[in-house]
Design a protein around this ligand. Structure first.
Ligand code: C2E
Ligand code: MG
Ligand code: MG
Ligand code: MG
Length: 282
């Protein structure tokens, strides 16, 4: 009997494993098709200066509408893109689309070149492409986006291989006028060591600290420390995941005035983003 149930458990385990493996293969295959079928879309989340309410930038966020299963969360499929290498193609698409859209917003006078950054997430594998710098330069050229408007969001995962190579590429991109934000700051392993060496321009306070900033003294303390660090290193600062006015009040009291979050707007499709910019202009 015990043997039987043991055998059953193993069989169950096996079939669960097989299910997981085939689900994963299916997902990978669907993602491959998604690009060809044009199922990916970009949404844009405004970034705001709380001091005057101006929209000072936007983060481009990838969306995937699965034909059968509906909208899929990037939190899940980005990892599969990364592990399968598909991120190279998809990430290239994101960069091209985002730069072209931003150039059109500029042409339509919905934004100012001097006061608007387009933020694009770059995954570690994408960044490690040997011709990544040339690809970015190519995107800027074909879209004619002023180079200084492009900001690349990287995470600490970017340096797991070779820090000299990473720094070298970043410096070459900075020569082109592109800037860098360290995303999800504070959640990685070795923030301080890498921060010392990576030529980033801005830190993004991770939303996990913002969430409980007004109720958890530890999170409040971490935010104060990040603000102090950014100030002493001369880095820009933005908070992500701001949902409540109290969170924004706390951040502003700590001298962090740029934010992104549902309090102002969720990520929205291009049309809605244009409408939002238009309203703000008038
Ligand atoms: P991220 O770069 O840290 O992006 C911020 C995430 O927080 C987005 O999730 C955004 O929708 C969400 N968010 C913004 N404001 C709030 C808020 O007030 N409350 C809450 N709870 N969430 C908020 P999203 O769009 O699901 O993306 C998840 C992650 O997927 C991103 O985190 C980024 O790491 C990755 N990702 C998204 N698009 C791309 C892309 O084009 N390329 C790459 N490599 N990664 C991407
Ligand atoms: Mg980001
Ligand atoms: Mg983030
Ligand atoms: Mg994140």
């Amino acid at each position: 009997r015990a043997k039987d149930s043991g055998r059953n458990a193993i069989q169950l385990f096996r079939s669960t494993m097989q299910d997981a493996v085939s689900a994963r293969l299916r997902l990978e295959n669907d993602l491959r098709l998604a690009l060809a079928r044009g199922e990916f879309e970009l949404h844009f989340q405004p970034q705001v200066d709380a001091r005057d309410g101006q929209v000072v930038g936007a983060e481009a966020l990838l969306r995937w509408q699965h034909p059968q299963h509906g909208p899929q969360s990037p939190a899940q499929f980005i990892q599969v893109l990364e592990e399968s290498g598909l991120i190279i193609e998809v990430g290239g698409w994101v960069l091209t689309e985002a730069c072209h859209l931003c150039a059109r917003l500029l042409a339509d006078e919905l934004i100012d070149a001097e006061r608007f950054s387009l933020c694009v997430n770059i995954s570690p594998r994408q960044f490690r492409q040997h011709d990544f710098v040339e690809r970015v330069a190519g995107c800027l050229r074909t879209s004619q986006l002023p180079h200084a408007m492009l900001k690349l969001e990287i995470t600490e995962g970017i340096v797991i291989q070779n820090i000299d190579d990473t720094v070298g590429k970043m410096l070459r991109l900075k020569k082109h006028g592109v800037s860098f934000a360290m995303d999800d700051f504070g959640t990685g392993y070795s923030s301080l060591t890498y921060l010392k060496r990576l030529p980033v321009d801005m830190l993004k306070i991770d939303q996990s600290f913002v969430r409980d900033a007004t109720s958890d003294p530890n999170d409040a303390g971490i935010i104060r420390a990040i603000v102090a660090m950014a100030r002493s290193l001369g880095l820009g600062l933005i908070a992500e995941g701001v949902e409540q006015q109290e969170q924004l009040d706390f951040l502003q009291a700590q001298d962090c005035h740029l934010y992104q979050g549902y309090l102002f707007s969720k990520p929205v499709p291009e049309d809605a983003f244009r409408a939002l910019l238009g309203q703000h202009r008038s």
